[in-house]
Design a protein around this ligand. Structure first.
Ligand code: F6P
Length: 571
């Protein structure tokens, strides 16, 4: 969708029951009417005429000038296609979008998740004990720390072997069962922080309802030494509940059927105590969190229990401290020196003005191999919205498609398209100066590659350079890199729990910034509901051909074909 200049309707609807009880006290013009938005459109042709080669030649200090160091992150954004004046207009847009007021509303505990009438307070999960953050007049920080303390006690008992299974043996494997935010955060953090993890424990993750996921996760495990963490905010999610039931059956089959074993091998992480009890897990073994924590913002709540068992409570605290330092920075730093604000505004520029439809995140750090998958939920479930907070159609594209793979592997697969394809793919390169596993000159080679990619994308290679090198004329068009392709580079000292916390918080708040500009609600996820409901309707229809089907012709035919195939019918 290109950005139209049509005028949107009135601001937030009022007086429509609880749903809209949260109406922002700050008023903004519809996006396309904001002066900065219009000015950015007017500025665009001028910015598009300039090549990064020219911009760097004109300003020898650009590389340092358009870089920011904060919270342990060196953020180089100089290789974005921003001309003189672009950033100023983007910052003006942030102000006209009431970004400062919206940030305050979140930190204050206002119910900014209007469609679910909830506060959005993942920042409270990492607040220090001394902080005070209220929801409906009650300070939530003591509860947060009470849960963290219980988690720490439990984690230590598992790590030390003091927690015994039903037969008296210590735990050797922790299996986290969850999906979406109840899986992606734990698995990403475990992989990212594996270097710091207790190596005498094994960690596995089950999310998919595909039985293969469960079967492979428990393959070779001894039930007597296995602990399941059932992680689900709602404790009703089909995938998680199905896997948890299979886990219980697997455990009991392996331990002689004694139901008392469940208490020693299952703990729950949830906001729904009644559902946990219904499943059969003692709520004394439940670690709670709150409805003001969105699933994709929950990795530092009790959902992080597997992370805490893996790395220990002290390192988990360091992770939270990393989040917190970025929270404070986001809240207080001036926008022109504010990491998430600049990151989010540059994304708006690339997406809404330069026409990029996707964004690649490319960590040059093997331990971050699940980071792109984690960011997919964070960014796309948050900002994949087509209406504004007031329910009007948005006037421009919203959340870009996020994707990525760790470098250097990606270089040998999809980088061809990023360098020479017809689409613009802004890239975030993430790298660490110090390797966790020093090995010969591997790390210098890794870092040489990440720096080279940003350079190649920005500056490319001209036909003249190719000819001077003796490139045969017919190959010149094929080997010309036009360059002018935007990237950010995020350089950190070392991948520690603290550093991981800073990175995740940076992206969380960047998502917030973009949602604020678009005036959408990044904190609901109605888009997942329809498919869930239709699947529930189809489940009983799969039993056999006797069931009458009332779907469309394609869905009916697929169901019939499945019934035949699974029954060993005609091939
Ligand atoms: O279906 C989407 C979703 O609701 C995510 O937002 C969430 O992270 C995931 O499902 C898991 O939900 P739960 O933690 O309630 O099982």
């Amino acid at each position: 969708m290109t950005c139209s200049q049509t005028t949107l309707g009135p601001g937030l609807r009022r007086g429509n029951g609880a749903l809209w009880s949260m109406t922002l006290t700050h008023h903004t013009l519809p996006l396309v009417e904001r002066p900065a938005w219009r000015a950015l459109h007017a500025h665009l042709p001028q910015a598009q005429r300039l090549h990064l080669r020219q911009l760097f030649a004109d300003d020898p200090r650009r590389g340092e000038r358009l870089a920011l160091e904060a919270c342990g992150i060196y953020f180089d954004y100089s290789k974005n296609r921003i001309a003189p004046g672009t950033l100023e207009l983007l910052l003006q847009l942030a102000h006209e979008s009431a970004l400062r007021e919206r940030i305050e509303a979140m930190f204050r505990g206002d119910k900014i998740n209007a469609t679910e009438n909830r506060a959005v307070l993942h920042v409270a999960l990492r607040a220090p004990r001394s902080a005070r953050i209220e929801v409906d007049g009650a300070d939530v920080v003591p509860e947060v720390h009470a849960v963290l303390d219980r988690m720490a006690d439990f984690a230590e008992r598992v790590r030390s072997g003091a927690w015994r299974g039903h037969t008296g043996r210590p735990i050797r494997t922790v299996v986290n069962i969850g999906i979406g935010g109840s899986d992606l955060g734990p698995v990403m953090a475990y992989e990212a922080l594996r270097h710091y993890s207790a190596r005498n424990l094994d960690f596995r993750f089950v999310s998919n309802i595909d039985g293969t996921d469960f079967a492979e996760a428990v393959h070779g495990l001894d039930p007597a030494e296995t602990l399941f963490i059932v992680a689900s905010k709602t404790f009703t999610t089909l995938e998680t509940m199905t896997n948890a039931a299979s886990a219980r059956a697997w455990l009991l089959a392996g331990l002689g059927g004694d139901a008392a074993a469940v208490a020693k091998h299952f703990v729950a992480v949830s906001t729904a105590a009644a559902e946990v009890a219904r499943f059969g897990i003692d709520t004394a073994h439940m670690f709670g969190f709150w409805d003001w924590v969105g699933g994709r913002y929950s990795m530092d709540s009790a959902i992080g229990l597997s992370t805490m068992i893996a790395i220990g409570p002290a390192q988990f605290r360091a992770l939270l401290d990393g989040f917190h330092v970025v929270d404070e920075h986001f809240r207080h730093a001036p926008f022109e020196r504010n990491l998430p604000v600049l990151h989010g505004l540059l994304s708006i520029w690339n997406n809404n003005f330069l026409g990029a439809h996707s964004a690649a995140v490319l960590p040059y750090e093997q331990y971050l191999k699940r980071f792109p998958a984690y960011l997919q939920q964070l960014t796309m479930e948050s900002n994949g919205k087509r209406v504004t907070l007031a329910g009007h159609p948005v006037a421009c594209d919203t959340g870009p498609i996020f994707w990525g793979e760790p470098g250097t592997n990606g270089q040998h697969s999809f980088y061809q398209l990023i360098h020479l394809g017809t689409r613009l793919v802004p890239c975030d390169f993430i790298a660490f100066a110090q390797p966790l596993n020093p090995l010969g000159n591997h790390h210098d080679l890794l870092l040489a590659n990440v720096f080279a990619q940003g350079e190649a994308l920005a500056f490319g290679k001209t036909p003249e350079q190719l000819r001077a090198e003796g490139c045969p004329e017919p190959l010149v068009p094929h080997r010309t890199f036009e360059g002018n392709r935007p990237s950010n580079t995020l350089l950190l000292r070392e991948l520690t729990p603290y550093a991981l916390g800073t990175l995740v918080a940076l992206y969380e708040h960047s998502v917030f910034v973009q949602g604020a500009i678009w005036d959408i609600n990044p904190f609901d996820q109605w888009g997942v509901e329809l498919g869930k409901a239709l699947a529930q309707r189809i489940v009983p229809e799969l039993v056999g051909p006797e069931v009458e089907l009332h779907h469309d012709g394609s869905t009916n035919a697929l169901i019939r074909r499945y019934q035949q195939m699974k029954g060993g019918g005609p091939r």
